[in-house]
Design a protein around this ligand. Structure first.
Ligand code: 13P
Ligand code: 13P
Ligand code: MG
Ligand code: MG
Length: 368
Protein backbone atom coordinates (compact mmCIF):
# COMPACT_ATOMS: atom_id res chain seq x y z
CA UNK A 1 0.00 0.00 0.00
CA UNK A 2 1.27 3.46 -0.89
CA UNK A 3 2.15 5.49 2.16
CA UNK A 4 -0.45 7.94 3.31
CA UNK A 5 0.13 11.53 2.31
CA UNK A 6 -0.07 14.23 4.92
CA UNK A 7 -1.09 17.79 4.07
CA UNK A 8 0.11 20.92 5.74
CA UNK A 9 -2.27 23.81 5.17
CA UNK A 10 -1.58 27.35 6.19
CA UNK A 11 -4.59 29.59 5.88
CA UNK A 12 -4.26 33.15 7.08
CA UNK A 13 -6.30 36.30 7.36
CA UNK A 14 -6.45 39.66 9.06
CA UNK A 15 -9.92 39.96 10.55
CA UNK A 16 -9.30 42.89 12.85
CA UNK A 17 -6.62 44.13 15.18
CA UNK A 18 -5.59 46.40 17.99
CA UNK A 19 -4.50 49.11 18.06
CA UNK A 20 -4.93 50.02 14.40
CA UNK A 21 -3.14 47.42 12.25
CA UNK A 22 -0.65 46.26 14.87
CA UNK A 23 -1.74 42.96 16.39
CA UNK A 24 -4.54 40.42 16.47
CA UNK A 25 -6.20 40.46 19.90
CA UNK A 26 -5.55 37.50 22.25
CA UNK A 27 -9.31 36.91 22.52
CA UNK A 28 -9.45 36.45 18.74
CA UNK A 29 -6.66 33.87 18.92
CA UNK A 30 -8.54 32.13 21.71
CA UNK A 31 -11.66 31.88 19.58
CA UNK A 32 -9.73 30.48 16.63
CA UNK A 33 -7.90 27.94 18.80
CA UNK A 34 -11.16 26.70 20.29
CA UNK A 35 -12.54 26.04 16.80
CA UNK A 36 -9.40 24.20 15.65
CA UNK A 37 -9.20 22.25 18.88
CA UNK A 38 -12.71 20.97 18.30
CA UNK A 39 -11.76 19.90 14.73
CA UNK A 40 -8.77 18.05 16.13
CA UNK A 41 -10.95 16.25 18.68
CA UNK A 42 -13.30 15.27 15.87
CA UNK A 43 -10.41 13.87 13.84
CA UNK A 44 -10.50 16.34 10.95
CA UNK A 45 -7.11 17.79 11.94
CA UNK A 46 -4.11 15.82 13.07
CA UNK A 47 -2.59 18.87 14.69
CA UNK A 48 -2.51 22.66 14.52
CA UNK A 49 -0.63 25.72 15.66
CA UNK A 50 -2.09 29.21 15.63
CA UNK A 51 0.51 31.88 14.93
CA UNK A 52 0.04 35.60 15.13
CA UNK A 53 2.20 37.86 13.00
CA UNK A 54 1.25 41.52 13.28
CA UNK A 55 -2.47 41.80 12.63
CA UNK A 56 -2.60 38.47 10.81
CA UNK A 57 -3.75 35.14 12.19
CA UNK A 58 -1.97 32.19 10.62
CA UNK A 59 -3.62 28.80 11.00
CA UNK A 60 -1.01 26.07 10.59
CA UNK A 61 -2.89 22.79 10.22
CA UNK A 62 -1.96 19.19 9.41
CA UNK A 63 -4.45 16.62 8.16
CA UNK A 64 -5.09 13.74 5.74
CA UNK A 65 -7.66 15.53 3.55
CA UNK A 66 -5.29 16.68 0.78
CA UNK A 67 -4.76 20.17 -0.60
CA UNK A 68 -7.68 22.42 -1.46
CA UNK A 69 -10.08 20.41 0.68
CA UNK A 70 -13.52 21.88 1.33
CA UNK A 71 -13.80 20.77 4.97
CA UNK A 72 -10.40 22.21 5.86
CA UNK A 73 -11.03 25.51 4.09
CA UNK A 74 -14.48 25.74 5.66
CA UNK A 75 -12.96 25.12 9.09
CA UNK A 76 -10.54 28.02 8.53
CA UNK A 77 -13.37 30.22 7.29
CA UNK A 78 -15.46 29.44 10.36
CA UNK A 79 -12.48 30.12 12.63
CA UNK A 80 -11.99 33.52 10.98
CA UNK A 81 -15.71 34.25 11.34
CA UNK A 82 -15.43 33.47 15.07
CA UNK A 83 -12.45 35.83 15.36
CA UNK A 84 -14.33 38.49 13.41
CA UNK A 85 -17.21 38.27 15.87
CA UNK A 86 -14.76 38.90 18.72
CA UNK A 87 -13.17 41.78 16.81
CA UNK A 88 -16.61 43.35 16.23
CA UNK A 89 -17.54 42.99 19.85
CA UNK A 90 -14.35 44.74 20.98
CA UNK A 91 -14.72 47.31 18.18
CA UNK A 92 -11.23 46.39 16.99
CA UNK A 93 -9.89 48.03 13.91
CA UNK A 94 -10.92 46.69 10.49
CA UNK A 95 -12.96 43.79 11.91
CA UNK A 96 -13.48 41.22 9.18
CA UNK A 97 -10.95 43.05 6.96
CA UNK A 98 -9.83 40.20 4.70
CA UNK A 99 -13.14 38.38 4.36
CA UNK A 100 -14.39 39.53 0.97
CA UNK A 101 -17.60 37.53 1.08
CA UNK A 102 -20.40 36.97 3.57
CA UNK A 103 -20.42 33.27 2.99
CA UNK A 104 -18.12 30.37 2.26
CA UNK A 105 -18.25 28.80 -1.19
CA UNK A 106 -16.34 25.53 -1.55
CA UNK A 107 -12.79 26.77 -1.04
CA UNK A 108 -10.91 29.93 -0.11
CA UNK A 109 -10.12 30.97 -3.67
CA UNK A 110 -11.16 34.57 -4.18
CA UNK A 111 -12.61 34.90 -0.67
CA UNK A 112 -9.70 36.89 0.75
CA UNK A 113 -7.68 34.68 3.13
CA UNK A 114 -4.25 33.53 1.88
CA UNK A 115 -3.56 29.82 1.40
CA UNK A 116 -0.35 27.78 1.07
CA UNK A 117 -0.53 23.98 1.11
CA UNK A 118 1.85 21.08 0.66
CA UNK A 119 0.86 17.42 0.40
CA UNK A 120 3.54 14.73 0.64
CA UNK A 121 4.59 11.46 2.18
CA UNK A 122 6.36 12.33 5.43
CA UNK A 123 10.04 11.39 5.30
CA UNK A 124 11.80 9.53 8.15
CA UNK A 125 12.56 13.02 9.43
CA UNK A 126 10.61 15.98 8.11
CA UNK A 127 11.91 19.42 9.13
CA UNK A 128 9.82 22.31 7.83
CA UNK A 129 10.10 26.06 8.08
CA UNK A 130 7.04 28.26 7.89
CA UNK A 131 7.51 31.89 6.98
CA UNK A 132 4.76 34.38 7.76
CA UNK A 133 4.91 38.06 6.90
CA UNK A 134 2.90 41.14 7.74
CA UNK A 135 2.65 44.45 5.81
CA UNK A 136 3.84 43.08 2.48
CA UNK A 137 2.74 41.09 -0.56
CA UNK A 138 3.48 37.61 -1.96
CA UNK A 139 6.33 38.93 -4.12
CA UNK A 140 8.31 39.24 -0.88
CA UNK A 141 9.22 35.54 -1.18
CA UNK A 142 10.71 35.73 -4.69
CA UNK A 143 14.20 36.86 -3.74
CA UNK A 144 14.67 34.57 -0.72
CA UNK A 145 13.21 31.53 -2.52
CA UNK A 146 15.52 32.19 -5.44
CA UNK A 147 18.47 32.35 -3.06
CA UNK A 148 17.42 29.22 -1.16
CA UNK A 149 16.78 26.98 -4.17
CA UNK A 150 18.98 28.44 -6.91
CA UNK A 151 21.89 30.45 -5.53
CA UNK A 152 25.01 28.50 -4.49
CA UNK A 153 26.30 31.60 -2.69
CA UNK A 154 23.38 31.15 -0.30
CA UNK A 155 22.86 27.39 -0.47
CA UNK A 156 26.15 25.55 -0.53
CA UNK A 157 24.16 22.30 -0.73
CA UNK A 158 23.59 23.07 -4.41
CA UNK A 159 27.36 22.54 -4.80
CA UNK A 160 28.32 19.92 -2.24
CA UNK A 161 25.22 17.75 -1.90
CA UNK A 162 25.02 15.52 -4.99
CA UNK A 163 21.30 15.01 -4.25
CA UNK A 164 20.71 18.67 -5.07
CA UNK A 165 22.68 18.78 -8.34
CA UNK A 166 19.63 18.16 -10.51
CA UNK A 167 18.25 21.50 -9.35
CA UNK A 168 14.68 22.60 -8.81
CA UNK A 169 11.66 23.56 -10.89
CA UNK A 170 9.88 26.81 -10.04
CA UNK A 171 6.18 27.30 -10.78
CA UNK A 172 5.69 31.03 -11.29
CA UNK A 173 2.29 32.73 -11.41
CA UNK A 174 1.44 35.86 -13.34
CA UNK A 175 -1.00 37.46 -10.89
CA UNK A 176 -2.30 40.00 -13.37
CA UNK A 177 -3.01 37.79 -16.40
CA UNK A 178 -3.73 34.69 -14.27
CA UNK A 179 -1.25 32.41 -16.03
CA UNK A 180 1.44 30.07 -14.78
CA UNK A 181 4.77 28.87 -16.14
CA UNK A 182 7.36 26.30 -14.98
CA UNK A 183 11.06 27.14 -15.06
CA UNK A 184 13.48 24.25 -14.71
CA UNK A 185 16.67 25.37 -13.02
CA UNK A 186 19.56 25.68 -13.49
CA UNK A 187 18.99 25.78 -17.27
CA UNK A 188 16.10 28.30 -17.20
CA UNK A 189 17.72 30.53 -14.59
CA UNK A 190 18.17 33.65 -16.68
CA UNK A 191 14.73 33.39 -18.27
CA UNK A 192 13.12 33.05 -14.86
CA UNK A 193 14.91 36.06 -13.39
CA UNK A 194 13.40 38.29 -16.08
CA UNK A 195 10.02 37.56 -14.50
CA UNK A 196 10.53 36.98 -10.79
CA UNK A 197 12.63 40.16 -10.62
CA UNK A 198 9.22 41.88 -10.93
CA UNK A 199 7.63 40.55 -7.77
CA UNK A 200 4.55 42.76 -7.87
CA UNK A 201 3.31 40.69 -10.80
CA UNK A 202 5.22 37.39 -10.98
CA UNK A 203 5.30 35.24 -7.86
CA UNK A 204 6.79 31.87 -7.09
CA UNK A 205 3.94 29.54 -6.11
CA UNK A 206 5.56 26.10 -5.84
CA UNK A 207 9.04 24.62 -6.04
CA UNK A 208 9.73 20.98 -6.93
CA UNK A 209 12.91 18.92 -6.68
CA UNK A 210 13.96 17.77 -10.17
CA UNK A 211 15.52 14.62 -8.68
CA UNK A 212 12.21 13.04 -7.68
CA UNK A 213 9.45 15.58 -8.44
CA UNK A 214 8.77 16.13 -4.74
CA UNK A 215 7.24 19.43 -3.79
CA UNK A 216 9.69 21.40 -1.69
CA UNK A 217 7.97 24.76 -1.14
CA UNK A 218 4.61 26.49 -1.46
CA UNK A 219 3.52 30.09 -0.99
CA UNK A 220 0.27 32.00 -0.76
CA UNK A 221 -0.14 34.23 -3.81
CA UNK A 222 -3.58 35.69 -3.09
CA UNK A 223 -3.71 39.40 -3.94
CA UNK A 224 -6.40 40.99 -1.84
CA UNK A 225 -6.64 44.31 -3.63
CA UNK A 226 -6.73 42.81 -7.09
CA UNK A 227 -9.53 40.48 -5.96
CA UNK A 228 -11.46 43.24 -4.26
CA UNK A 229 -10.80 45.93 -6.88
CA UNK A 230 -9.97 48.48 -4.17
CA UNK A 231 -7.52 48.98 -1.32
CA UNK A 232 -8.28 46.75 1.63
CA UNK A 233 -4.95 45.82 3.13
CA UNK A 234 -1.84 43.95 2.12
CA UNK A 235 -1.81 40.24 1.39
CA UNK A 236 0.70 39.45 4.13
CA UNK A 237 1.81 36.15 2.62
CA UNK A 238 2.97 32.82 4.02
CA UNK A 239 5.43 30.25 2.72
CA UNK A 240 6.23 26.63 3.64
CA UNK A 241 9.66 25.14 2.95
CA UNK A 242 10.65 21.50 3.50
CA UNK A 243 14.29 21.05 4.48
CA UNK A 244 17.29 18.68 4.59
CA UNK A 245 18.13 15.36 2.91
CA UNK A 246 18.29 16.51 -0.71
CA UNK A 247 16.53 19.78 0.05
CA UNK A 248 18.17 22.94 1.42
CA UNK A 249 19.29 22.65 5.06
CA UNK A 250 17.38 24.67 7.65
CA UNK A 251 20.34 27.02 8.01
CA UNK A 252 20.46 27.59 4.25
CA UNK A 253 16.76 28.37 4.23
CA UNK A 254 17.16 30.94 7.02
CA UNK A 255 20.35 32.44 5.56
CA UNK A 256 18.28 33.99 2.75
CA UNK A 257 16.88 36.45 5.32
CA UNK A 258 20.23 37.57 6.74
CA UNK A 259 20.40 40.43 4.24
CA UNK A 260 17.13 42.37 4.48
CA UNK A 261 15.67 43.02 1.05
CA UNK A 262 13.16 45.69 0.09
CA UNK A 263 9.54 44.66 -0.26
CA UNK A 264 6.31 46.41 -1.18
CA UNK A 265 3.81 47.12 1.61
CA UNK A 266 4.40 49.08 4.79
CA UNK A 267 2.09 52.10 5.36
CA UNK A 268 -1.20 51.76 3.46
CA UNK A 269 0.38 48.97 1.45
CA UNK A 270 1.94 51.65 -0.71
CA UNK A 271 5.62 51.84 0.17
CA UNK A 272 8.87 49.96 -0.25
CA UNK A 273 10.69 49.13 2.92
CA UNK A 274 13.01 46.46 4.34
CA UNK A 275 11.69 43.06 5.40
CA UNK A 276 12.57 42.83 9.09
CA UNK A 277 13.18 39.29 10.42
CA UNK A 278 11.78 39.03 13.97
CA UNK A 279 10.63 36.62 16.67
CA UNK A 280 6.88 36.05 16.76
CA UNK A 281 6.57 38.21 19.89
CA UNK A 282 8.28 41.10 18.07
CA UNK A 283 6.02 41.00 15.05
CA UNK A 284 4.15 44.20 15.89
CA UNK A 285 4.52 46.66 13.07
CA UNK A 286 4.37 50.10 14.67
CA UNK A 287 6.61 52.60 12.89
CA UNK A 288 4.73 53.91 9.84
CA UNK A 289 2.75 50.67 10.30
CA UNK A 290 5.89 48.69 9.78
CA UNK A 291 8.47 48.02 8.62
CA UNK A 292 7.17 44.74 7.14
CA UNK A 293 7.94 41.76 9.37
CA UNK A 294 8.81 38.16 8.69
CA UNK A 295 8.62 35.40 11.27
CA UNK A 296 10.07 31.91 10.71
CA UNK A 297 8.71 29.02 12.75
CA UNK A 298 10.27 25.58 12.48
CA UNK A 299 8.53 22.28 13.12
CA UNK A 300 9.47 18.63 12.90
CA UNK A 301 6.54 16.67 11.56
CA UNK A 302 5.91 13.42 13.41
CA UNK A 303 3.12 11.39 11.80
CA UNK A 304 1.48 14.72 11.07
CA UNK A 305 2.03 16.10 14.55
CA UNK A 306 3.70 19.49 14.68
CA UNK A 307 6.69 19.23 17.00
CA UNK A 308 7.62 22.82 17.73
CA UNK A 309 7.70 25.65 17.06
CA UNK A 310 11.27 26.77 16.96
CA UNK A 311 11.18 30.56 16.65
CA UNK A 312 14.24 30.95 14.41
CA UNK A 313 14.54 34.72 14.05
CA UNK A 314 14.65 35.11 17.83
CA UNK A 315 18.31 34.17 17.38
CA UNK A 316 20.87 36.94 17.97
CA UNK A 317 22.47 35.91 14.66
CA UNK A 318 19.73 37.99 13.01
CA UNK A 319 20.49 41.13 15.05
CA UNK A 320 22.68 42.56 12.29
CA UNK A 321 19.96 41.96 9.70
CA UNK A 322 17.58 43.86 11.97
CA UNK A 323 20.03 46.76 12.42
CA UNK A 324 20.57 46.99 8.71
CA UNK A 325 16.84 46.85 8.04
CA UNK A 326 16.22 49.68 10.48
CA UNK A 327 18.92 51.80 8.84
CA UNK A 328 17.31 51.19 5.47
CA UNK A 329 13.97 52.13 7.01
CA UNK A 330 15.39 55.47 8.23
CA UNK A 331 16.80 56.23 4.80
CA UNK A 332 13.68 55.35 2.87
CA UNK A 333 11.38 57.25 5.23
CA UNK A 334 13.26 60.44 4.41
CA UNK A 335 12.03 60.14 0.82
CA UNK A 336 8.47 60.63 2.06
CA UNK A 337 5.92 60.49 -0.75
CA UNK A 338 8.54 60.06 -3.48
CA UNK A 339 9.43 56.93 -5.38
CA UNK A 340 11.25 54.63 -4.85
CA UNK A 341 9.94 54.76 -1.25
CA UNK A 342 6.35 55.16 -2.39
CA UNK A 343 5.21 52.51 -4.86
CA UNK A 344 5.14 53.42 -8.55
CA UNK A 345 1.87 54.59 -10.06
CA UNK A 346 1.31 51.38 -12.00
CA UNK A 347 1.46 49.44 -8.72
CA UNK A 348 -0.94 51.87 -7.06
CA UNK A 349 -3.32 51.20 -9.94
CA UNK A 350 -4.71 48.30 -7.90
CA UNK A 351 -5.20 50.38 -4.78
CA UNK A 352 -5.54 54.12 -4.42
CA UNK A 353 -4.64 55.63 -7.79
CA UNK A 354 -8.03 55.13 -9.51
CA UNK A 355 -9.78 57.25 -6.88
CA UNK A 356 -7.41 60.21 -7.25
CA UNK A 357 -7.25 59.86 -11.05
CA UNK A 358 -11.04 59.91 -11.27
CA UNK A 359 -11.25 63.13 -9.26
CA UNK A 360 -8.72 64.92 -11.48
CA UNK A 361 -9.60 63.51 -14.86
CA UNK A 362 -11.22 66.70 -16.18
CA UNK A 363 -8.29 68.86 -15.11
CA UNK A 364 -5.79 67.09 -17.36
CA UNK A 365 -5.36 68.98 -20.65
CA UNK A 366 -3.70 67.73 -23.80
CA UNK A 367 -0.19 69.08 -24.42
CA UNK A 368 -0.18 71.17 -27.61
P1 13P B 1 21.33 16.83 5.19
O1 13P B 1 22.17 16.13 4.18
O2 13P B 1 20.55 15.94 6.06
O3 13P B 1 20.52 17.92 4.60
O4 13P B 1 22.37 17.51 6.27
C1 13P B 1 23.15 18.61 5.96
C2 13P B 1 23.26 19.46 7.16
O5 13P B 1 22.84 19.09 8.24
C3 13P B 1 23.78 20.82 6.99
O6 13P B 1 23.30 21.68 7.96
P1 13P C 1 -2.68 45.17 6.85
O1 13P C 1 -2.72 44.66 5.45
O2 13P C 1 -1.67 44.44 7.67
O3 13P C 1 -4.03 45.19 7.46
O4 13P C 1 -2.14 46.68 6.81
C1 13P C 1 -2.94 47.60 6.19
C2 13P C 1 -2.41 49.00 6.20
O5 13P C 1 -2.97 49.82 5.52
C3 13P C 1 -1.25 49.36 7.01
O6 13P C 1 -0.97 50.74 6.91
MG1 MG D 1 -5.00 45.09 9.14
MG1 MG E 1 -1.60 42.39 8.08
Amino acid sequence: MAEREVTISIIKADVGSFVGHVQAHPDMLQAVKARLHQAKEQGLLIDFYVANVGDDIDLIMTHYQGSNNESIHKLAWDAFMDATAVARELKLYAAGQDLLSDSFSGNMKGLGPGVAELTFVERPSEPIVIFMADKTDPGAWNLPLYKIFADPFNTIGLVIDPKMHDGFTFEVHDLIDHKKIHFTLPQDLYDMLVFIGSPSRYCIKHIYANRNGEMAAATSTDRLNIMAGRYIGKDDPVCIVRCQSGLPAVGEVLEAFAEPHLVAGWMRGSHYGPLLPVAEKDSRPTRFDGPARVVALGFQLCHGRLIGPQDFFADVAFDRAREKALELADYLRRLGPFEPHRLSLDQLEYTTLPLVAEKLKDRFEDLK
